[in-house]
Design a protein around this ligand. Structure first.
Ligand code: ASP
Ligand code: MG
Length: 412
């Protein structure tokens, strides 16, 4: 029997009624002849509540007990989903991560999946069971302790099962009906994409389009797992949602596939640091050890052996960055004149695999922003992405203008 993986996010299992709805969809796939592996999240809001309980009980908690507590939301939905399927006369049972077992590293609260032996579940399929309901987000460490995979981790559970069981597809049911060219709340012309390449999805996922956990996309790309993102609140059809797939499967694509953005950025400039070998290493080691997630980096031209170093980071990490730089200055590792923080910036990016073979995308992007009178503060590029930092108050305008200029509302 071909295997299908179906993952239901928190909103899709938020109530008993919704679990029933989800179970009906599973029943449809079973009737088509699939053996189905269902991966469930906790009911929406549950994991946040559990995290809150842990923090309130023990601010400097033991990460192993954190995982024991926060993994429990998925145990509830897995059991309820199995019961619901049984009530529909679909042979089903639930598995917690350790029972499969989903073997992970020991990095509690952000463990990585190392191996999923399919034997136990396959044996049950062989005995006539039709649906294996697996609690997402959790696994077991080499020491035999419960682990979790980081927030949003059941997406990664789903993709890992699809790879381990050589599934035909991995359907991710969520509360949006697919991946859009940009956030529909910002541009009314945002269009749902039928297909998007893994690499584009990775750029969009890490740029804050919170549809899929970034690691799940990396995993899908590595194992060439066909991923489909679709809404559990819409009518079921084979064309629904967005297929995230290998670029070879996308015949025609726009040069630019999407405009992504992240609103809460800060631009920090270290003024007048010595321009000598090792200075960038010293600065960014100190920032990284201080827990600052640096994104863009620009080193300005130097004059008389001094230079300015500029980077961007999330706006809520400014205090950490300042503390790290002050400490590095006090210890004599680096010397600088001052640290300036611009807290009102946002990042806008255009993403598309077509950029590999088309020139002029950057020029066009800059022209569009210039036509709107928007000043660009920092630019970075990769093979399939161009990002700029601009004043936050122009974010919506920039996204809309770029979406229009690259005609993302039209199918290629
Ligand atoms: N319930 C977990 C979370 O909220 C995992 C998931 O839903 O993907 O992060
Ligand atoms: Mg999610």
């Amino acid at each position: 029997m071909p295997v299908l993986v179906m993952k239901f996010g928190g909103t899709s299992v938020a109530t008993l009624d919704r679990i029933r709805r989800a179970a009906k969809r599973v029943g449809v796939e079973v009737s088509k002849g699939y053996d189905v592996i269902v991966i469930v999240s906790a009911m929406s809001g549950k994991t946040n509540e559990l995290v809150g309980w842990v923090n309130e009980t023990s601010p400097l908690y033991d990460a192993r007990e954190y995982d024991a507590v926060v993994s429990s939301g998925e145990n509830v939905t897995a059991g309820l989903m199995a019961l619901t399927l049984q009530e529909m006369d679909v042979p089903a049972r639930s598995w917690q991560g350790w029972q499969v077992p989903v073997k992970t590293t020991a990095a509690h609260s952000s463990a990585r999946i190392e191996e999923i032996p399919p034997a136990n579940i396959m044996a049950k399929f062989g005995e006539g069971m039709k649906v294996a309901v697996v609690a997402g987000f959790q696994g077991v460490s080499p020491e035999g302790r419960i682990t979790t995979l980081g927030r949003g981790g059941s997406d990664t559970t789903a993709v890992a099962f699809a790879a381990a069981f050589d599934a035909e597809r991995c359907d991710i049911y969520t509360d949006v009906d697919g991946v859009y060219t940009t956030d529909p709340r910002v541009s009314a012309k945002a269009r749902k994409l039928d297909k998007i390449a893994f690499e584009e999805m990775l750029e969009l996922a890490s740029l804050g389009a919170k549809v899929l956990q970034t690691r799940s996309v990396e995993l899908a790309m590595r194992y060439k797992v066909k991923l489909r993102v679709l809404s559990s609140f819409e009518e079921q059809s084979d064309e629904a949602g967005t297929l995230v797939c290998d670029e070879e499967e996308i015949m025609e694509s726009n040069v630019v596939s999407g405009v992504a953005f992240s609103r809460d950025e800060a631009k920090m400039t270290l003024v007048s640091v010595a321009d000598r070998p090792g200075i960038a290493a010293a600065i960014f080691t100190a920032l990284s050890e201080g827990g600052v997630n640096v994104d863009m980096i620009v080193q300005n031209i130097s004059e008389e052996g001094r230079t300015d170093m500029t980077w961007s980071c999330p706006v809520d990490q400014i205090k950490r960055a300042e503390a790290a730089m002050d400490a590095a200055k006090a210890s004599g590792e680096i010397n600088f004149h001052e640290l300036i923080a611009d807290t009102d910036v946002a990042k806008v990016s255009v993403v598309g695999i077509g950029m590999r073979s088309h020139t002029g995308v950057a020029a066009k992007m800059f022209q569009v922003l210039s036509n709107e009178g928007i000043n660009i503060k920092v630019i970075t590029t990769s093979e399939i992405k161009i990002s700029v930092l601009i004043d936050r108050k122009y974010l919506e305008l920039a996204v809309q203008a770029l979406h229009d200029a690259f005609e993302l509302d039209k199918v290629a």
